[in-house]
Structures are given as C-alpha cells and as structure tokens.
Design a protein around this ligand. Structure first.
Ligand SMILES: CC(C)(COP(=O)(O)OP(=O)(O)OC[C@H]1O[C@@H](n2cnc3c(N)ncnc32)[C@H](O)[C@@H]1OP(=O)(O)O)[C@@H](O)C(=O)NCCC(=O)NCCS
Length: 205
C-alpha cells in the first residue's frame, strides 16, 4: 500500500471539474471539518441520507463522526469535495473508502443542490485513482436496488453489477482496476503510485 504522510494531508488533494467546468477540490477530511461535515449530512434530503447510509439517520453519531475525521485509521479514509462560493469553501460532496485485502469498498454522496452536475462522476473517477495508487485491483460498493442515481452513475462509469452477499435489497457494483502509475489521471496519486512502485522495485543487479 502507498505510504502516506499523515502530517501533511493537503498534498493528497486533487482539482476536479464539474460538467460546467467549475473547479472542485477533493481533499482528505481534517478535524477542523467536523462541524461542516456534520452540517452537510444534516442538510441532505432524508431519502438521499437513507440511500447513503442504507438506513434512517439524521446525522452521524459522534463516534462515527470521529472515525470520519481520523484519516487512515484501520485503512479507512474520508474525502470531501469542496467549492469556493463567495470566497467560502463549501462541501458539495463526500466519499468514504476502506482498503482491505487488495480491494477498496466505498460510499459517496453529493449535496442535493449539486447533483446532476457531473460531480459524482468526477469524484468516483478520483476514487479510482486513489484505489489504483494503493495497489488495489478492485473497487466496489453496495446500494439499494431502488437507488437509480447510484446505479446509473455506476453503469455510466463502467461498473459490473451482482447481488450483494447477504442482503437481497442491495445490489453490488464492482470494477476491476488495472492502472500503471503513468496511466493514473490524478496528479497527486500518479506521484504516490510511482513512489510506491519505486520503493518496491527490485534493485538492478
Ligand atoms: C448517486 C449520486 C452520488 C450521483 O451523483 P451526481 O453528482 O448527481 O451524478 P453525476 O451528475 O455525476 O451523474 C453521472 C451519471 O450518473 C447517472 N445518474 C445521475 N443521476 C441519475 C439519476 N437520478 N437517475 C439515473 N441516472 C443518474 C447518469 O448516467 C449520469 O450521467 P449523465 O448526466 O451524462 O446522464 C447522487 O445522486 C447522490 O449523492 N445520491 C444520494 C447518496 C447516494 O445514493 N449515495 C450512493 C451510496 S453508495
């Protein structure tokens, strides 16, 4: 797995574009984001929050919020997509992913007002960079069979579908990742992946 420097999380930020060309930053959540992140989840429409967490919840329980802001614990990571509006950084989306045994499992959401602008697609592409740079060869998630938006996003992004183990109400979407460092389209993760490969490459004899 890529060795990460937790003392400087900002180096793992990426600049993405919404469909309109508007710029977005994707960066790891930091402790200073706790309140804004909680407000973001509270502001999601009930149905979207249900779809994101696969159950009814008004906000993140305090212990889960703590997990979200502690990057890298148990190989779990949270990112936020932010935009500058009138000089203020606002959260327009988030994703959480977990690295386990060569796979990345993830969930994500986009603020109600920003859905349909290509941000989910861009964020998902960014997660694929992160997964590839970790050396993961599979990215997957589970969603409700009724979640047309997530199923549409996964289909558009080239994911395959299968039943979720153990829950008939869910469907699993999955994509095989096979990217060499030079093929990773996110600058910061291309670098991280290249340094992982250098670190693990055998010395020339
Ligand atoms: C699913 C979700 C992340 C999609 O994000 P988004 O930013 O609105 O998606 P995008 O604008 O990038 O759309 C990309 C593609 O997804 C598909 N899509 C998006 N919304 C859709 C909808 N309501 N119905 C069907 N397909 C949809 C389309 O194929 C779209 O491509 P197109 O615009 O060229 O047709 C967003 O709806 C969301 O946050 N939902 C609530 C939380 C959730 O369900 N999370 C999933 C848990 S794993």
């Amino acid at each position: 797995m890529t060795t990460m420097r937790f003392d400087d999380l900002r180096q793992y930020s990426d600049l993405l574009r919404a469909r309109s060309g508007a710029g977005l930053t994707v960066r790891f959540v930091e402790p200073r984001d706790a309140e804004a992140l909680q407000n973001y989840f509270r502001s999601l429409t009930t149905r979207f929050r249900y779809n994101r967490f696969l159950g009814a919840t008004r906000e993140l329980p305090p212990s889960v919020l703590q997990d979200f802001i502690h990057i890298g614990e148990a190989d779990r990571f949270s990112v936020i997509a932010t935009m500058l509006v009138d000089g203020h950084e606002i959260i327009v989306g988030e994703a959480r992913y977990a690295f386990d045994d060569g796979s990345i499992e993830f969930g994500l959401s986009i603020d109600d007002r920003w859905q349909g602008h290509g941000i989910g697609k861009a964020l998902l592409k960014n997660l694929e960079c992160r997964a590839a740079s970790f050396g993961a060869d599979r990215l997957f998630g589970d969603t409700l069979r009724s979640n047309d938006a997530m199923i549409g996003l996964a289909r558009k992004s080239g994911y395959a579908f299968m039943p979720s183990p153990g829950d008939w109400k869910l469907v699993r979407f999955e994509k095989h990742i096979d990217a060499a460092p030079r093929d990773i389209p996110c600058a910061s993760w291309k670098l991280a992946s290249a340094s992982r490969h250098l670190a693990t490459a055998p010395l020339a004899s």
